[in-house]
Design a protein. Structure first.
Length: 89
């Protein structure tokens, strides 16, 4: 089963890309190109789509963003773990 990234890099739009484009008021080709470039992520597990999951896009040019709480906890982590979390985010 191909991923959204693989399909986008093959130059094809998926139903999920079209849904994100419509909801975000962008052209589907813009969303596809941004997905292919790794600038937009569409978490769309096919098994979850079968249970009425509504695909969304996450990325800078879209309304949905991701943030991370960065701060050392005396209980769970240290500075190195928090720097790694920041780099991943």
């Amino acid at each position: 089963m191909a991923t959204q990234l693989q399909i986008a890099r093959a130059g094809k739009n998926t139903a999920e890309i079209n849904t994100v484009a419509k909801n975000e008021q962008h052209e589907p080709d813009f969303i596809r190109k941004e997905v292919a470039a790794g600038k937009i992520v569409i978490p769309a597990n096919k098994l979850h789509l079968e249970t009425n999951l509504k695909p969304i896009g996450i990325g800078r040019p879209l309304t949905c963003k991701i943030n991370a709480n960065i701060g050392a906890s005396s209980v769970r982590s240290g500075l190195d773990a928090e720097i790694e979390k920041m780099n991943v985010a």
